[in-house]
Design a protein around this ligand. Structure first.
Ligand SMILES: *Cc1c(COP(=O)(O)O)cnc(C)c1O
Length: 459
């Protein structure tokens, strides 16, 4: 490794040469950002000497924190043994083979096949190809349409951003014309005066309406995150998924569950579809599968699809140089070992979740909090000026940005989407550290209320 650069030189170099994802290039080139130098347990340390508690598990991926030596060693050992070989042309490697088999063990029995990619975006692109291929091989080539939801996040490639429902992304790229978007189950934003459960059923029925309008003979699949993550941790009303399940069960439409965030424990079960009792045909995973230490994503394919894909029809014309990269798969295997050996989903998420929820619910009475949403170790807090009218504090999500920046200054990394503060703490967070998270968030909320002229009546 090259010698450490001093923080000023590093920031200048970065501003001069490095284009960052989801960043205003001009703004960054002028003002720069934060250089993260190292991390330990659930803390990140930047080049200015700040220590910040991570309330986001990196980017929803380092669910087991930053100090999992077993994963680091597995990667180093794998690089020493076989740093790369591709999986094209009838080749394979042991970590890819073993990880495929292990992923099939932790999912319901009907999942027996895995395709590897390097990211969630690529995995969702691959799902489109699987779905199209499936119906082509079944002799139903007219079934090509895919239904998704407004404000969904399925990644950034052209395919994945088209699948997603982020309007800012659609404005900058011409999307695929065979993807249709329906209402999201976001009661706080769209439920008006309806009871949440009543709204949940209505939001689900938007799927039924869309399928009926587009034609069941044309629609191939519905893709959804069990809980929308990047959209603002939108926990659907309990009535939503059972109604979606009913609609799909009555029709010849596949369900793709995008488990890139929910997968591997976030909502308290191994997968979000288990939390909500739905039975997807295809599952997308990425992020936490390697605890974020190495890039890896993929598609889990149920027997219903696999039986057709393996029934003939020749080569599947799709693949990535690094599909099934040995070092990434070694990281995945070590991550699954830890999840199983420590029972951290049961002992961490399931045990911590009620405490997390009860502490978060204390914020409901805060003068600028409109709603608290929580599922497992996954939460969103909506900021408002007026609780009953749901009027926002400031245009363009400025208040949530202010609240986020304030929290970071206080040593807590949380994010903001729209007017919601969002959190996904690592499963290894201790109770006292969860207390720090909530306490610092509460202080940041107080400061935000004050900044925007809302009298902070003591809670
Ligand atoms: C992050 C994310 C993706 C995209 O994954 P990348 O690895 O960033 O390409 C897809 N779906 C969901 C639900 C995500 O949160």
């Amino acid at each position: 490794m090259s010698a450490k650069l001093d923080t000023k030189a590093l920031k200048q170099l970065d501003q001069a040469h490095h284009l960052h994802p989801f960043t205003d290039f001009a703004d960054y080139a002028r003002h720069g950002g934060r250089i993260v130098s190292r991390a330990e347990h659930i803390y990140i340390f930047d080049s200015d000497g700040n220590k910040i508690q991570d309330g986001m598990s990196g980017l929803w991926c380092c669910n087991l924190g930053y100090s999992q030596e077993r994963i680091k060693t597995a990667v180093a050992d794998q690089l020493a043994e076989l740093p790369f070989y591709n999986n094209f042309f009838r080749c394979s490697n042991q970590p890819a083979t073993e990880l495929a088999a292990r992923l099939c063990e932790v999912t319901p029995d009907r999942f027996q096949r895995v395709f590897f990619t390097n990211s969630g975006s690529e995995a969702n692109d691959t799902q489109i190809k699987f779905v199209h291929r499936y119906f082509d091989l079944l002799g139903k080539p007219e079934k090509k349409l895919i239904i998704s939801r407004h404000n969904a996040y399925h990644g950034s490639t052209i395919g994945a951003s088209s699948l997603g429902g982020m309007s800012a992304m659609h404005q900058q790229t011409m999307g695929l014309d065979y993807i249709h978007h329906i209402q999201q189950p976001h009661w706080f934003e769209e439920g008006a005066d309806l009871d949440p459960e009543e709204f949940g059923v209505l939001a689900a029925k938007a799927l039924e309406t869309a399928i009926d309008e587009l034609g069941e003979d044309k629609v191939a699949a519905f893709i959804a995150e069990p809980v929308q993550g990047a959209g603002g941790v939108i926990v659907p009303p309990e009535s939503y998924w059972p109604e979606v399940k009913r609609i799909l069960d009555e029709r010849d439409i596949l369900l793709i569950s995008d488990e890139v965030i929910c997968g591997f424990g976030r909502t308290g079960r191994w997968f979000g579809f288990e939390t909500y009792g739905v039975e997807p045909d295809l599952v997308t995973f990425a992020k936490a599968v390697t605890n974020g230490y190495m890039p890896l994503g993929g598609c889990l394919i149920s027997d219903k699809i696999a039986d057709v894909l393996l029934s003939g029809g020749g080569e599947f014309a799709h693949g990535l140089t690094y599909s099934g990269h040995p070092a990434s798969c070694a990281a995945g295997l070590a991550t699954l070992d830890i999840l199983e050996d420590t029972q951290i989903i049961e002992r961490g998420v399931v045990e911590l979740a009620p405490y997390f929820a009860s502490r978060l619910m204390e914020l409901v009475d805060h003068p600028i909090v409109g709603q608290v949403r929580v599922k497992g170790l996954f939460a969103g807090v909506e900021l408002v000026r007026d609780k009953s009218s749901r009027e926002r504090l400031a245009p363009a999500s400025a208040a949530a940005v202010y609240c986020r920046d304030t929290a970071i200054t206080q040593g807590l990394m949380v994010r903001q989407t729209g007017d919601a503060m969002i959190m996904a703490p690592p499963f290894v967070t201790e109770r006292s550290e969860l207390d720090f998270l909530i306490d610092q968030l509460a202080i940041a909320l107080d400061k935000t209320a004050q900044h925007y002229g809302v009298t902070a009546t003591p809670v």
